[in-house]
Design a protein around this ligand. Structure first.
Ligand code: HEC
Length: 144
């Protein structure tokens, strides 16, 4: 019953906006989550000394990753298309949520958001929006 209601709501939300571009419509929960995630990504320090995600992952994550020591890495924009993946440094599969927590603890030196938190959901919605239209490539690598 509840499941049916949710499905109806989803059909309605996606039906109104034409599927894949639903997140561009400001009047639904998905686009709200994406824009709140964008806000977190560009402006939130998670209680750390001052860095945001954007301090390293430039242009809201669409640009290059530039580490504090000047080393350049590829953009994270496609991350949702190749996560979860095995991280040999960690020794097990790392989900996008795990990676967010790692970057908050390490990169921001802040308090990682709980898995079941609005912050985590919004951040994952935003990161996934960056991969919109990209082909799922499990175990793949970042592209420039
Ligand atoms: C101090 C720099 C720094 C900050 C700040 C930072 N990260 Fe990262 N992030 C990294 C590094 C280093 C990697 C690993 C990239 C690599 O080795 O290719 C990474 C990887 C990622 C990846 C996976 C991309 C991939 O291909 O491995 C995601 C997603 C990500 N970060 C999200 C975030 C989010 C969300 C935030 C903010 C909460 C954040 N990062 C803050 C340095 C940072």
């Amino acid at each position: 019953m509840i499941k049916n209601k949710m499905m109806n709501a989803m059909v309605l939300a996606f039906g109104l906006t034409g599927g894949g571009v639903a997140y561009a419509d400001n009047a639904n929960p998905l686009s709200d989550a994406v824009s709140q995630g964008h806000q977190l990504f560009t402006a939130h320090t998670f209680g750390g000394p001052g860095r945001t995600c954007e301090s390293c992952h430039h242009a809201g994550g669409q640009g290059l990753t530039v580490l504090p020591n000047g080393v350049h890495k590829p953009s994270i924009a496609g991350a949702a298309s190749y996560f979860p993946r095995f991280n040999p440094k960690v020794g097990h599969l790392v989900t996008l949520e795990d990676q967010v927590r790692r970057c908050v603890a390490g990169g921001l030196q802040g308090q990682p958001p709980a898995y079941d938190s609005a912050e985590m959901r919004n951040m994952i919605a935003y990161l996934t929006s960056l991969s919109q239209g990209k082909t799922i490539d499990m175990g793949g690598r970042p592209h420039e």
